[in-house]
Design a protein around this ligand. Structure first.
Ligand code: C5P
Length: 316
């Protein structure tokens, strides 16, 4: 019999939206989307540890308290506001374990988050952390939930969370939670320009509501570009309907996109709801060249590639 792991770490990548079309606002306030997401090589780590007695599907009544800690990165919400905590509670309940307050004799689930993905930056940082927590708790407690089941739990936590469970390249529709993997050949080279000042996603969608409805853009060219691994075609066809709303809230982002294009990027775009601005390069050397010129325009600049696979689980 194999010994059950008492702790596991999941390393989870950030995303960029290489295509994002907003089809309209729904009665519940959410927006209908057609988007193509791809993971990039900037990662968070979530480590989950459980008290030895705790086990999914145990015949006797089980309960546990969730304890959250992080590496002190500014802007990460604490405790009950944090998507890691919400994700831990959600999967514990699904595994038949009542999430309760801490107390004597109450088994613990400790969740530790180490961040490199910027907070509230349009790169699905919080969603990636939620996806990693679902996967790690399932592994540590021998939950036996398959990826499809975890994706359905993920959809309750946020629009990008189901994509973050699988990673790679995907087409997402509905509010973003219905995902299908998309064929992607080759590797794309990116420069990621980040700002320390976050942009709240709801504010960007609200700003979009006041814009003229866009033309119904289709993702065909982007799909062809990723299928054939063609950076020129992808650079030409990058598209984000939320960009105009992000520009309205943060006009300097328009200058950042323009500057990348003037410097010779194959394409440049706001990622998701921003404020991160990404630029596509022809190859690694071109990306480093663009990054060197961009450093003074951003708080942080990274050179990376896509797609960056999906979350990877390591049993400690
Ligand atoms: O789903 P998630 O929690 O990531 O979304 C954050 C916010 O972004 C939502 O509360 C909503 O205001 C907005 N949103 C939206 N339509 C979507 C996704 C997100 O209006 N499809």
């Amino acid at each position: 019999m194999t010994e059950r792991a008492l702790s596991a770490t999941v390393r989870v990548p950030a995303k960029v939206n290489v295509f994002l079309a907003v089809r309209g606002r729904r009665p519940d306030g959410y927006h209908e989307l057609v988007t193509i997401l791809q993971t990039v090589g900037i990662h968070d780590r979530v480590r989950v540890r459980a008290s030895p007695g705790l086990r999914a599907r145990h015949p006797s009544h089980q309960r546990a308290s969730v304890h959250f800690g992080h590496d002190g990165v500014t802007g990460v919400p604490d405790d009950h506001q944090n998507l890691c905590v919400m994700a831990a509670h959600h999967i514990l309940a699904d595994l038949g374990i009542d999430p309760v307050e801490a107390g004597d004799g109450v088994p613990r689930v400790d969740v530790r988050l180490d961040k490199d993905i910027p907070v509230a930056a349009g790169m699905a940082g919080g969603s990636a952390d939620a996806a990693a927590t679902l996967l790690a708790v399932n592994a540590v407690l021998d939950g036996g939930r398959n990826r499809e089941h975890i994706q359905s739990l993920a959809a309750d936590l946020g629009s990008d969370v189901p994509f973050c469970v699988s990673g790679g390249t995907a087409l997402a529709t509905g509010t973003g939670t219905a995902t299908a993997q998309v064929l992607c050949r080759g590797t794309f080279h990116w420069v990621i320009g980040m700002s320390d000042e976050p942009l709240r996603t709801p504010a960007v969608y609200e700003a979009w509501d006041h814009e003229t409805p866009p033309l119904e853009m289709q993702p065909d060219q982007v799909l062809q570009a990723v299928r054939t691994g063609d950076p020129e075609l992808l650079g030409d066809s990058l598209h984000n309907d939320l960009q105009v709303a992000a520009f309205r809230l943060r006009p300097e982002l328009a200058d950042a996109v323009d500057a990348f294009l003037v410097d010779g990027a194959l394409g440049s775009i706001v990622s998701g709801s921003g404020p991160t601005v990404v630029a596509l390069a022809a190859d690694a050397a071109h990306a480093h060249d663009l990054a060197a010129r961009a450093r003074e325009r951003f708080d942080r600049v990274e050179v990376t590639t896509s797609p960056a696979g999906g979350p990877s689980l390591h049993r400690d």
